[in-house]
Design a protein around this ligand. Structure first.
Ligand SMILES: *Cc1c(COP(=O)(O)O)cnc(C)c1O
Length: 383
C-alpha cells in the first residue's frame, strides 16, 4: 500500500494524527475513557436528552413491537408507518409542506445536493460549510463557488459574475456553524434571492432543538421558513437520536424518493430510533427550559473567557477559543485533559491554517459549578 505508511508517519510527525478514544461509561456530563473520568466538552447531546426516560421508553416500546430492524429500504418493506409519523411531525415542526427522513446528516447532504443539481447548475457554498455539504456538491457535478464565511457581499459579487451563466443556482449554508458557533446572515441571503433567482438550502444540524420559540432552529427564530427552500437538519445532535431530515415542498420530496441514491439504496432507520426521534420532537417543544438554560450557560462561559482576554467566537452553545498555533492548541488541550476536561483541539484540515482552537461544546449537563471549575482550570493552565 504505497504512500499510506508515509502519510501516517507524516501526520504523526506534525502532531496531527487522528485516533479513536473509546468511552466505557457515560453519566450526565461525565465520560470515562481508558479508566479516566472527564467532564465532556465535546458532545452534541446539547439538551441532555439522551438519558430522558421518555425517549428511552418510546424506543424500548418500538423495539418490542416491531423488532430490532426495519429490515429493508423504505421503497421495499422497510417503510413503517412510524417513518411517516416522524416525517409529518418534522414537516410541521419546521413549518414546511413535507419532510423526508435520511439515515444520517452525511447521507442527507450527499443525496439531496447530488440529486437536485447537476452539470450546468451552480452551487454557492460558505467557505466553512460542513464536509458532507462539500461532498454532496462535488458529487452533483454542478459548478462550485465558495464565498467567504458569512459574507453576503462576497456572495453577491459571485452571483453577479456567475449566476447568468448557469441554469439552476443554489446557496448553501449552515445556520449555526459547527466549528465557529456563529450564525449565518440568512436575511441577507433571502434579500439576494429576490435579485438573483436561486434556491437556498440550510443545514440546521447545530441549531435544531436550540433556537426558535419551539426549538425548531434559526429559520424559525428569524421567521424565514417560507423563504428557505430546503431545510435540512439532524436528529443526532440536540434531539439525541439518529438520522436526519429535509423539510421542503411535497414535489421535492416526491422527486427525491424517486432519484436520491443515498435515500433509495440504504436500509431504513430502525423502529426504535424513529420512535425516540418522534418523542424527542415533542420534548423539545415542551421542555423549553432546557435550551434556555443551555444558552444562558453559553453566554456566561463566553463572557468569562473574554474577560480573561481570550479570543472567543460565535453566539451559540458552541464556544471556540482560538489559539492559532497547532502545537500550543494541542498543549492546551493536553493540560485540560490532565485536569479532567475532555475538550478536543480542532486543527487543520478541519479548520483553516493558523486558526487552531479549543472547542467547548456546552450541554444541559454543564452546571454553573462545572463551568466555574473549568474557568479556574483554564486560569491555572495559563491558556
Ligand atoms: C453533524 C453534522 C452533519 C452530519 O450529521 P450526521 O447525522 O452526524 O451524519 C451534517 N452537517 C453538519 C453541519 C453537522 O454538524
Amino acid at each position: 500500500m504505497e504512500g499510506i505508511e508515509e502519510f501516517l508517519a507524516a501526520r504523526k510527525e506534525k502532531g496531527l494524527l487522528r485516533a479513536l478514544n473509546p468511552v466505557s461509561k457515560r453519566a450526565e456530563a461525565k465520560v470515562t475513557i481508558r479508566g479516566q473520568d472527564y467532564i465532556d466538552f465535546s458532545s452534541n447531546d446539547y439538551l441532555g436528552l439522551s438519558r430522558h426516560p421518555r425517549l428511552i421508553e418510546e424506543g424500548r416500546l418500538a423495539l418490542e413491537k416491531y423488532g430490532s430492524a426495519s429490515s429493508a429500504s423504505r421503497l421495499l418493506s422497510g417503510d413503517l408507518e412510524l417513518h411517516h409519523i416522524l416525517e409529518q411531525r418534522t414537516a410541521s415542526f419546521k413549518n414546511k409542506e413535507s419532510a423526508l427522513i435520511f439515515n444520517s446528516g452525511y447521507q442527507a447532504n450527499l443525496g439531496i445536493l447530488s440529486s437536485l443539481y447537476r452539470r450546468g447548475d451552480c452551487i454557492f457554498l460558505d467557505r466553512l460549510a460542513h464536509a458532507s455539504i462539500i461532498d454532496g456538491a462535488l458529487l452533483s457535478g454542478a459548478r462550485i463557488l465558495r464565498f467567504r464565511h458569512n459574507d453576503s457581499c462576497h456572495l453577491r459579487e459571485l452571483l453577479k459574475k456567475e449566476r447568468q451563466r448557469h441554469k439552476k443556482a443554489l446557496v448553501v449554508t449552515e445556520t449555526i456553524f459547527s466549528m465557529d458557533g456563529d450564525r449565518a446572515p440568512l436575511k441577507e441571503f433571502v434579500r439576494l434571492k429576490k435579485e438573483f433567482d436561486f434556491q437556498i438550502m440550510v443545514d440546521e444540524a447545530h441549531a435544531t432543538g436550540i433556537f426558535g420559540r419551539n426549538g425548531s432552529g434559526v429559520v424559525e427564530e428569524e421567521g424565514l421558513s417560507g423563504d428557505i427552500d430546503l431545510i435540512m437538519g439532524t436528529f443526532s445532535k440536540a434531539l439525541a437520536g439518529f438520522g436526519a431530515y429535509l423539510a421542503t415542498s411535497r414535489t421535492i420530496v416526491d422527486y427525491l424518493v424517486n432519484t436520491c441514491r443515498s435515500f433509495i439504496y440504504s436500509t431504513a432507520l430502525p423502529p426504535a430510533v424513529i420512535a425516540s426521534n418522534i418523542a424527542s420532537l415533542s420534548l423539545v417543544v415542551s421542555e423549553r427550559e432546557r435550551r434556555k438554560y443551555l444558552l444562558e450557560s453559553a453566554l456566561y462561559l463566553r463572557a468569562q473567557l473574554e474577560n480573561r482576554g481570550l479570543k472567543v467566537r460565535g453566539s451559540s452553545q458552541i464556544v471556540p477559543v482560538i489559539i492559532g498555533d497547532n502545537d500550543k492548541t494541542q498543549e492546551a488541550a493536553r493540560i485540560l485533559q490532565s485536569k479532567g476536561y475532555w475538550a478536543l483541539p480542532i486543527r487543520p484540515p478541519t479548520v483553516p491554517e493558523g486558526e487552531s482552537r479549543l472547542r467547548f461544546s456546552l450541554t444541559f449537563f454543564h452546571t454553573r459549578k462545572i463551568l466555574e471549575d473549568l474557568l479556574a482550570a483554564i486560569n491555572e493552565a495559563k491558556i
